[in-house]
Design a protein around this ligand. Structure first.
Ligand code: GLN
Length: 561
């Protein structure tokens, strides 16, 4: 069997949007009816991203099989509507670990173990095994980092040898800088990084030129000269408002499509025209654009704490939540305006009047996941405000734990109720680490000391959560009843000692683990509150471009009614 690989390599700067491009190209191939398997290579030495601080790495993505992974896997999943294993992320750490481990177990039979060939063998072997396992028609390998980085070398050497063995296409992505004092697009850095790529013996089939604005003819001509590629194989990719439009732009570029067809031995254009998928997708994108132009937007507030350096950090830290809101808004045909509420600017003494003012045109509130005590009193105050004023509320993980703390304090009257994450000596540890979880967590030696990945939650028939998942076709059933599956990433749980009293006072446990020890979804009766729902899970990890997660969809529906 011939394996097909598309390698996406970047130059000039990091942050080019290689992940978005790889996902877009995968989408293009998917629209042509091919099965795709996108893989992300990260040249760093961490075995996975689980031990990295969010500020190092943006938001961590959690795979169904419990990997704490590079966010690019999230981009792939969102674009394609498919879930990928943690195996689809390969790091230098993972490869070197394997090689050294094999050496220690005598698997090299007395040979001198070297970077070349043994590490390259291990990389190739890993990629081919993934291709075999996925059985996908096309494997797309995004090589993280930038050409010229020392640590990317081993991967590029592997690309060279794979180019000769398998059906491959190499795409190089570079950037044209626009220095404000010159006010002109400069091509030289691209030229230099291409030379660096050539020095490995890699001559790309397609060049993707990222630019802050449109690429003009003189520059395009210059690029054809130093890249050795004709214009048809150069694809300009200026900054774009709606990234989901990129697959359509790729399809329009006949040269790129033709090159991919030739290099990979596939038929894209013919299939695109034969299948209905492209038309459907184009209609969907048009609809989004129409909706986004609509001025009747409703405000959706995200109460968070990662505000430090303005919007930039924010969008990076909450990207999955943001995209989930967008998908829900598009499906519900209700345009939204996402507002940031810095939880550190609110506390328990903030008066209702002030909150009413601040939340004036906010129609729904989300408290996303989080860790530690910063901004918690602001979140608690906001949750109370949403509950008492019947503003649709969605709590995600920490947002559910804090909803429980708020309910315990203000409805149950348990003063100083808390999560032991913040107050170890609280008289009412409504959120705590469960003894059985403690043992599981201690058993994990490395980074990951959390409940991670997919878990089943059995849902209460006819609860709001039940109805939402049913409406979006995500309700499953087995002998034990109806259930849903969501991903997790947390240490603490609702303390079972408080289960009864919380329920007695009207909190509905609409989703629980099979043994009922773990509370997975809570809600208030819709007679009391139109939409007060929270989950211990992270539904933002199962939101897809054309299939939003039911929780977000329900929130937007409720906010728009
Ligand atoms: N800090 C909480 C816990 O560890 C919630 C984590 C989260 O929101 N992902 O349980």
């Amino acid at each position: 069997m011939t394996y097909r690989f598309v390698f996406v390599i970047g130059g000039v700067i990091s942050g080019l949007g290689k992940g978005i491009f790889t996902a877009s190209l995968s989408k293009t191939l998917q629209l042509a009816g091919y099965s795709v398997n996108p893989i992300k290579i990260d040249p760093y030495l961490n075995v996975d991203a689980g031990t990295m601080r969010p500020t190092e790495h943006g938001e961590v993505w959690v795979t169904y099989d419990g990997g704490e992974i590079d966010q690019d896997l999230g981009t792939y999943e969102r674009f394609l509507g498919i879930k990928f294993s943690k195996e689809n992320n390969l790091t230098s750490g993972k490869i070197l670990w394997k090689v050294i481990n094999d050496e220690r177990h005598g698997r090299y039979l007395g040979k001198t173990v070297q970077y070349i060939p043994h590490v390259l063998d291990a990389i190739e072997d890993y990629l081919v095994k993934l291709a075999q396992k996925s059985k996908a028609d096309i494997n797309l390998v995004e090589v993280g980092g930038t050409v010229g980085d020392y640590e990317i070398g081993l991967f590029l050497h592997t690309v060279v040898r794979m180019m000769r063995k398998y059906q491959c296409a190499v795409i190089f992505m570079g950037y044209l800088l626009y220095p404000p004092h010159i006010r002109e697009l400069k091509t030289k850095p691209l030229q230099h990084s291409l030379s660096a790529l050539f020095s490995y013996g890699i001559y790309p089939d397609i060049l993707v030129v990222r630019t802050p604005s449109t690429l003009d003819t003189p520059r395009l001509e210059k690029i054809t000269k130093f890249s050795g590629l004709p214009k048809e194989k150069i694809f300009a990719l200026p900054d774009i408002d709606n990234i989901y439009k990129i697959p359509l732009n790729i399809i329009k570029h006949k040269g790129v499509i033709k090159t991919l067809e030739d290099s990979l031995g596939i038929k894209i254009e013919k299939r695109l025209n034969l299948l209905p998928k492209l038309k459907e997708y184009a209609t969907f994108i048009k609809e989004i654009e129409r909706l986004e132009k609509n001025q009747n937007k409703i405000g959706i507030g995200i109460v968070g704490k990662y505000f430090g350096t303005g919007d930039y950090v924010l969008t990076d830290s909450y990207i999955s939540v943001i995209e989930s809101i967008k998908f829900a808004s598009w499906q519900a045909k209700q345009p939204v305006d996402i507002r940031w509420i810095d939880s550190t600017t609110i506390d328990e003494n903030t008066q209702d009047e002030e909150l009413k003012n601040r939340f004036q045109d906010i129609k729904a509130i989300i408290v996303p996941g989080g860790f530690g005590s910063t901004g918690v009193s602001g979140k608690l105050r906001t949750i109370r405000f949403a509950r008492e004023n019947k503003i649709p509320y969605l709590g995600l993980c920490y947002g559910m734990q804090l909803a429980i703390v708020e309910f315990a304090r203000n409805v149950l009257g348990l003063k100083n109720a808390n999560t032991t994450e913040i107050d170890k000596d609280t008289p009412h540890p409504v959120i705590d680490i469960l003894p059985e979880q403690k043992n599981i967590l201690e058993g994990k030696r490395y980074g990951a000391s959390m409940r991670l990945g997919e878990y089943k939650a059995y849902v209460l028939p006819n609860s709001l959560v039940f109805k939402l998942y049913k409406a979006r076709n995500r309700l499953l059933k087995d002998k034990k009843g109806y259930y849903v599956i969501e991903r997790h990433r947390h240490r603490y749980e609702v303390n079972p000692e408080y289960h009864e009293i919380l329920q007695q006072k009207g909190l509905i446990f609409s989703g629980v683990s099979e043994d009922k020890r773990l509370v997975e979804f809570i809600e208030l009766d819709q007679k009391i509150h139109p939409f007060f729902v929270a989950t211990q899970a992270h539904p933002e990890f199962t939101s897809y471009l054309q299939d939003p997660n039911p929780m977000f969809w329900g929130l937007i529906k409720s906010a728009s009614s």
